[in-house]
Design a binder for this molecule. Structure first.
Ligand SMILES: Cc1ncc(COP(=O)(O)O)c(C=O)c1O
Length: 354
């Protein structure tokens, strides 16, 4: 028997959101915060065209896409590091700063990949409990010590949907020593409508230890192709670029991401529709009697405690897949109006049960 790393025995594996099918065959996947829309025809065309070149390796430097992102956000191209989904860029960040004895600080509960990536990198996780449904930035600042190499701040937070406002985030960043890298994970940035929630790109420019993670998976609808990126100052971005597995971002992902940037207006119109649905769903849940924290992402959070798994099965009977965190709560993605209606009916029925 080969010897495996000990951490594999205890490591929290990643549990992806699953689809469920109702007894009558209906299925509404609201468990992975995906875009409910079919890919745009122009993006499908770019992928079909790109398929003609797949006998060749992709551009390892993702030059065209990097330049398009740089142009879109008005940042230098050398401030960008691309990866196969932002979760892979997060893994690269662990490769960049992690070594035995190092610590990473993040809120908990937050994005489930953080503990997994920390374990894989041999880095110690320091989880700072949420205060209610929000980041406890004071406690996070206090958790930083000489061993801390990195802090993840998920804004808006997955799974609670809550977000950190500018004053609070800036005050926190001022307390973090410059040798500690702060990663602002903004996977859901395009859904943010609260103007007081800062765009990380306005914060990293004069802070050499701050970087921003973004993805094409959510608002741009490319979850299946895996493209994400980091924007940070040149030393951070170039360190992360060194950790990429050669050719990790495949050619179809690169052309689809480029085509998506070209069709951004259309995609952001879809985001706007999701945001309207988010308001409708949250208000309907509150009218039913639920407590729903304000959300700036494409999902809502219901703190159900011990009833969480019961709720998930009850939604499952209607064909609605939600993301349960046993003993804590359920995260429910905003989907098409039809799937949201089915979910709302299931939520109402659950409350009506004795
Ligand atoms: C907060 C957060 N960051 C990063 C990701 C990873 O997205 P991807 O790897 O698809 O870019 C997700 C996906 O659910 C997320 O919720």
């Amino acid at each position: 028997m080969p010897r495996f790393r000990q951490i594999l025995d205890t490591m929290a594996g990643y549990k992806p959101g699953k689809a469920v099918v109702a007894p009558d065959g209906r299925s509404y996947k609201l468990s992975s915060n995906e875009s409910p829309y079919d890919p745009l025809p122009s993006v499908v065309e770019a992928i079909a065209e790109g398929a003609r070149q797949i006998n060749r390796y992709p551009d390892p430097g993702c030059v065209e896409l990097t330049e398009a992102i740089a142009g879109r956000f008005g940042v230098p191209a050398d401030h960008i590091a691309l990866g196969a989904g932002s979760v892979t860029v997060a893994q690269q960040l662990f490769e960049t700063v992690g070594e035995p004895g190092a610590e990473v600080v993040y809120a908990w509960r937050s994005f489930e990949a953080y503990p997994l990536l920390a374990d894989l990198a041999g880095v110690t996780s320091v989880r700072v409990p949420l205060a209610g449904e929000d980041h406890d930035l004071d406690a996070m600042a206090e958790a930083i010590n000489d061993r801390t190499r990195m802090v993840f701040v998920c804004n808006p937070n997955n799974p609670t949907g809550t977000s950190i406002r500018r004053g609070a985030l800036e005050a926190f960043l001022d307390r973090v020593p410059e040798r500690v890298l702060v990663v602002l994970d903004e996977a859901y940035r395009e859904y943010v409508r609260d103007e007081d929630v800062p765009d990380g790109l306005t914060l990293y420019r004069d802070r050499p230890n701050v970087c921003v993670l973004r993805t094409f998976s959510k608002a741009y609808g490319l979850a299946g192709l895996r493209v994400g990126y980091l924007i940070g100052q040149e030393p951070v971005a170039s360190a992360v670029r060194k950790t990429i597995i050669p050719f990790a971002v495949n050619h179809l992902a690169q052309v689809a991401a480029l085509a998506s940037l070209q069709a951004e207006d259309e995609l952001l119109e879809r985001v706007e529709r999701v945001v309207k649905e988010r308001t409708r769903v949250r208000e309907a849940l509150i009218a039913q009697g639920w407590t729903v924290p304000p959300t700036e992402a494409n999902f809502v959070w219901l703190r159900l405690g011990e009833r969480t798994m019961d709720f998930a099965s009850s939604c499952g009977l209607e064909g609605v897949a939600v993301r349960p965190f046993p003993g804590e709560g359920a995260r429910v993605s905003i989907g098409s109006p039809e799937s949201n209606d089915v979910f709302l009916a299931a939520a109402q029925e659950f409350l009506a049960r004795p």
